[in-house]
Design a protein around this ligand. Structure first.
Ligand code: NDP
Ligand code: MG
Length: 402
């Protein structure tokens, strides 16, 4: 049995989300190994306050000044910040060894980048950060010596399988995708998809944005870009295969024809534990896979017409520069508009295509460049939104008899 290593001190971004829940559960299982020294939330104080009471971080951040004042009143000994600076303060706390990026959206980029510049290990769930600014973020990590470790389950699988060979021996990466709730739904009925339909993910329980991204498979597209930057493998060497059971989390095919797959239960605590203990492995009390009761593990090709988002992402990756940042921001706006009931389901990807179509691509050599493209795309998406909106009258009109 290995000695318990030194205590790892964690800055947790997005403590009140789904990744936050899983991360706090892992930390609670191993109090001798992990401690939360800082944490951020958006506006969910109902979840944040008990998490502060349980984990006693030194520094906390929330979105608004008012909420920060409320948290301060409840916990006078805790330093509480807010807004963009609050997030950076959580991520750059000198005591923090690891920043666990569990915020959703490109708002997670700035704190992750500042932490990486300081040489802190970044355990990243927040894939949007790598989609928006993969190149400058990885360059900053190389310069400071910071490790960027994946938490996303597919990338955790790839990270593990890649340990079996050298970079030159890799033929391709194969990302698995459940296919989401509409894998077999009649394509003609897609305009009738409701928010509840799209939030019913077949295998994972996650936050709303990534759940919608999983339905459109924009999530898998974003993961292709994430893999491109994490593992320095070009887009054409990254494939997607449907695997409805979500047990094989991804695979690496090596040049000699060997394919290494990684399996584990579909519980994010496994990849979080891997990232927090890498390069070691420690025994876990979590129940593992029962191989003989798994049933069939199936693999299907992805139908590109069913999931047009994936094609858009490959094209944006090929174009490079500001295109991926623009794609990501347009998607964030579109997904929120769908969740708010403002646009129909097919309009999510249409919005992304329209914004990309109006964009003049520029080079991205810094995080500032990436954030400028992000801001442009948000403005553009907001301008296009009314054109795609479901007519409010049609959506809300009561069904009076004629
Ligand atoms: P959730 O929606 O469950 O949680 C998001 C977290 O981010 C919450 O803590 C939320 O705070 C916080 N947040 C949202 N907006 C802001 C903001 N503007 N400023 C500060 N904080 C903010 O998302 P998930 O946990 O599902 O996903 C988080 C990230 O991890 C995403 O990038 C996702 O793609 C990735 N990921 C998630 C997986 C999962 O299983 N959930 C799997 C693989 C990757 P609050 O709620 O307090 O407002
Ligand atoms: Mg994933």
């Amino acid at each position: 049995m290995k000695e318990a290593g030194p205590l790892k001190r964690i800055a947790l971004l997005g403590a009140t989300g789904s990744i936050g829940d899983s991360a706090l559960s892992v930390v609670s299982h191993f109090p001798e190994r992990f401690a939360i020294v800082s944490m951020s939330a958006g506006s969910n104080l109902e979840k944040l306050l008990p998490a502060i009471a349980a984990h006693r971080p030194k520094v906390v951040s929330v979105t608004t000044r008012e909420d920060a004042a409320r948290v301060r009143r409840e916990f006078p000994g805790v330093s509480v910040g807010f807004g963009a600076q609050g997030l950076v303060d959580v991520a750059t706390l000198p005591e923090a060894d690891v920043v666990l990026g569990g915020i959703v959206g490109s708002v997670g980029l700035a704190p992750a980048y500042e932490a990486v510049k300081l040489g802190k290990t970044l355990a990243l769930a927040n894939k949007e950060t790598l989609v928006v600014a993969g190149e400058p973020l990885m360059a900053a990590a190389r310069a400071s010596g910071a490790a960027v470790l994946p938490v996303d389950s597919e990338h955790c699988a790839l990270h593990q399988a890649l340990r079996a060979g050298t970079h030159a021996e890799v033929k391709r990466l194969v990302l698995t995708a459940s296919g989401g709730p509409f894998r077999t739904r009649d394509f003609a009925t897609f305009p009738a998809i409701t928010v509840d339909d799209a939030l019913r993910h077949p295998t994972w329980k996650m936050g709303p944005k990534i759940t919608i991204d999983s339905a459109t498979m924009m999530n898998k597209g974003l993961e292709v870009i994430e893999a491109r930057w994490l593992f320095d493998v070009p887009g054409p060497q990254i494939d997607v295969v449907l695997h409805p059971q979500s047990i094989v989390h991804s695979m690496v095919e090596f040049v000699d024809g060997s394919v290494l797959a990684q399996m584990s239960p579909n519980d994010m605590r496994f990849p979080i534990l891997y990232a927090l203990t890498y390069p070691d492995r420690i025994p876990t009390p979590l129940p593992g896979l029962n191989l003989t009761s798994l049933g069939n593990l199936e693999f299907f090709p992805m139908e590109p017409t069913r999931y047009p988002a994936v094609g858009l992402v490959y094209a944006a990756l090929e174009t490079g520069g500001s295109a991926p940042a623009v794609l990501n921001a347009a998607n964030e706006i579109a997904v929120q508009a769908f969740l708010d009931g403002r646009i129909p389901y097919p309009a999510i990807v249409e919005m992304v295509a329209r914004v990309l179509g109006r964009h003049r691509v520029v080079g991205v050599t810094s995080v500032a460049d990436a954030l400028e493209a992000d801001a442009w795309a948000r403005r553009e998406a907001a301008a296009i939104l009314p054109l795609l909106e479901t007519s409010p009258r049609a959506a809300t009109a009561p069904a009076f008899p004629a």
